[in-house]
Each structure stands twice: as structure tokens, then as C-alpha cells.
Design a binder for this molecule. Structure first.
Ligand code: V47
Ligand code: SF4
Length: 345
């Protein structure tokens, strides 16, 4: 039977960690046995110039002439894609800042170019925040934007930009960003267009357990109404070089990360996967998360800028062999997948 929001809250606050992880692991085992899914992928963060200034973000630059601002051209993006595809990448995870100058056609052509050069690779591109930005600059609806991008080669939407959906928290950590309802509306529309998506939750900053459960509840309701989420990804707030540092100077504990993974596995009963995003959890905690409800380790990544700008200490990438070894060392079975969860022997 489905657990309620108050039961989930009680688990968060009161369940002994070991019992909670065991319960969530049993649920993960029931769904996936000892399988852990991973993807040979590359992240491409095409620009760090952004019109927004989310307080937790250490990646973005407001001024495009800042010495650390960048904005890659198509050739650079293509070269990065090629490097990854040459070593077997099945997914390109493409997200960036909201650049003030590029018209919507810039993004359509970016995908068209990649699709033309690399017909087989999955293009998991643009968060709901970027989709809302493209809608704003082009005068189109998010539905029209996504239909056009799908036609240009888009396979799936990543789950970024959700942060904490409750508006009171959003107003404090990312004022001016699309609302929680707008984020949900983009994902609802994507699912209706048969574009699968993921959902994230940025936690470990100023939010309460109630905010986290409210966030998961909204995701669970949307997945009931318009299914299309593959994975839920708890994102661990990193505190360096951002405007929230003075208020939240430390990262949350491994115990809090594991509790969040476990509660999400138990509460989000209509989500196929919970992802242990090793870049943010750190490898040690990500390995523990594989025994606390997580069934996916995300990917090889190769290049990561958003979390590393905010102080991540893990490497920026892992080889496919290393990813599989890590999973096997946990007594689990690695299963290679692509962005659409097609699996490969
Ligand atoms: O949207 C920004 C977050 C997200 C910080 O869909 C931060 O498969 C922690 O969404 N500390 C991008 N997080 C990452 C993301 C993602 C990652 C892996 C897989 C998928 C997927 C999606 O990172 C942003 C924002 O929410 N972020 N700054 C920070 N200081
Ligand atoms: Fe821009 Fe995304 Fe950073 Fe917010 S999190 S400032 S939208 S790049």
C-alpha cells in the first residue's frame, strides 16, 4: 500500500537509519533485483552565462564579458560529443545557463547538428528552466518548443531546475526562476508529447523535511496523472563559491543523503528508478545508496562543471570499466542503459 506524506515524514524524522535503508533496499530488490543501471554518457554544459542568479549556483556568470564566462560554438560542442561517442557514449546530457542573446533557433540548430552528425546517440537536453526561457524569448508555448526540439532530435529532458518546488523556498534560494508549478507543467507537457524526463530535488540547504516531502508528493501526483518520469535524483547541495554560502556553509551528512534516498524509494512508488548521482553524493555514499533504494548510478560524465564549481571533490568522470567495477564490488550487477532505459548486454 502507498505510504502517505505523514508516514514519509515520520520515516524521515524517526526511523532508525539501518531499518530505513533495509526497507528501501527490499523495495529496490523487489523491482530490480541486484541490477544497477548506468550509462556511458557525457555532460555538455554549453555556456555558463545566465540571466538568473540562483543563490546556490556557483557555475553561472551574469556578465558575458567576465574572464571566466564561456559560450561554446557548435564546433566545440560537436568535438566534445565526438570524443565521447568515440569511446562508446550513448547519451549526451546537454544543459547550460540562460544566455541573454541566443535566439531559440540557436538551440534547434544545436540539436539538429548533433543529430545529423551522430544519428544514434540519445540527446537528453535542456531542463524545464531552459524550456521556459526558450518559450519566453520566442513567444511560443513550452509545448510548441518541445515539439520543435523533438523534431530536431531531442530524446529526453533531464530533471534539473526543480530545486525545491514549494514557492516559499524557491523565493529564498532562486528568486525570479520559473515557479514550481511551471516546472511541473513543462514535465507534464513533455510526458504528453512522449518525451521522457527525470526529476531532481536540491536538498541539504534551507529546506525542511516537510518541504522535501511536499516536493516528492507533487512529483508522485504528476507521475500518476501523466506518467513519463524515469528517475528521481536527489541533488546534494554543495556550498562553495555561491551566494548561499554564508547562510548554509556546509554540505549535509552522508546519513541525511541515505535517508533521502531511502524515503524517496519508499514514497515515489510510481518512479522506476532512484539515482545515486555519484558526482554529488561522493563515491563512498553513492555506493551505500545502492543498498538504500537507489537502482541507478547515472553515468561516466567525462566533464562536469556545475557541482565542481561549488566545491565537489570527486573526479569529473569515471571510465565505463571503473563504473562497472564499483557496482560489482558491492555484490551487484551492472546493466548498461541509454537515456531511454534501453539496456545493452
Ligand atoms: O539544475 C546547481 C543543481 C542541477 C548546485 O536528469 C547544484 O539525469 C548542488 O539536474 N550544489 C544540474 N547542486 C544537475 C542535474 C542532473 C544531474 C545528473 C543527472 C540528471 C538527470 C540531472 O544542479 C541544477 C541545479 O539544481 N545545482 N548548483 C550546487 N551548488
Ligand atoms: Fe542559471 Fe541554472 Fe545556475 Fe540558476 S542554476 S543561475 S538557472 S545556470
Amino acid at each position: 500500500m502507498r505510504i502517505t506524506t505523514s508516514e514519509a515524514l515520520d520515516l524521515f524524522k524517526n526511523a532508525p537509519l539501518e531499518d530505513l535503508c533495509k526497507m528501501a533496499d527490499a523495495e529496490k530488490q523487489r523491482r530490480h533485483g541486484d541490477k544497477v543501471f548506468w550509462v556511458n554518457n557525457r555532460q555538455i554544459n554549453y555556456t555558463n552565462v545566465c540571466v538568473l542568479h540562483c543563490k546556490f549556483c556557483a557555475f553561472s556568470r551574469i556578465k558575458k564579458d567576465s574572464p571566466t564566462a564561456y559560450d561554446w560554438d557548435y564546433q566545440t560542442i560537436r568535438n566534445k560529443a565526438e570524443e565521447a561517442i568515440d569511446i562508446g557514449a550513448r547519451e549526451l546530457h546537454i544543459v547550460g545557463g540562460l544566455h541573454p542573446d541566443h535566439p531559440f533557433t540557436y538551440y534547434i540548430d544545436m540539436l539538429r547538428d548533433l543529430r545529423h552528425e551522430f544519428p544514434k546517440v540519445n540527446l537528453k537536453a535542456f531542463t524545464a528552466v531552459e524550456i521556459c526561457h526558450f518559450a519566453k524569448i520566442s513567444g511560443q508555448t513550452p509545448e510548441q518548443i518541445m515539439a520543435t526540439l523533438k523534431d530536431a532530435g531531442l530524446d529526453a529532458l533531464p530533471g534539473g531546475g526543480a530545486e525545491i518546488l514549494r514557492q516559499e523556498v524557491r523565493d529564498k534560494i532562486c528568486p525570479g526562476k520559473e515557479t514550481g508549478d511551471e516546472w511541473l507543467a513543462v514535465h507534464r507537457a513533455a510526458h504528453k508529447l512522449d518525451i521522457p524526463t527525470n526529476a531532481t530535488m536540491l536538498f541539504g540547504h534551507i529546506e525542511s523535511y516537510e518541504d522535501r516531502i511536499d516536493h516528492m508528493d507533487r512529483l508522485r501526483k504528476l507521475q500518476d496523472e501523466a506518467p513519463g518520469f524515469f528517475a528521481f535524483i536527489p541533488l546534494v547541495y554543495h556550498p562553495e563559491h555561491n551566494a548561499l554560502h554564508n547562510i548554509v556553509p556546509n554540505m549535509t551528512s552522508p546519513e541525511d543523503i541515505l535517508r533521502t534516498v531511502a524515503v524517496s524509494r519508499l514514497f515515489l512508488d510510481n518512479f522506476p528508478h532512484i539515482k545515486a548521482y555519484w558526482i554529488q553524493m561522493g563515491i563512498e555514499t553513492a555506493m551505500k545508496a545502492l543498498h538504500a533504494g537507489a537502482s541507478d548510478l547515472d553515468g561516466t560524465i567525462i566533464e562536469e562543471k556545475i557541482t565542481h564549481a561549488a566545491g565537489a571533490k570527486v573526479p569529473v568522470g569515471l571510465t565505463p570499466a571503473k563504473m562497472q567495477d564499483l557496482i560489482r564490488e558491492q555484490g551487484l550487477t551492472p546493466v548498461e542503459r541509454d537515456a531511454k532505459y534501453e539496456t545493452y548486454p
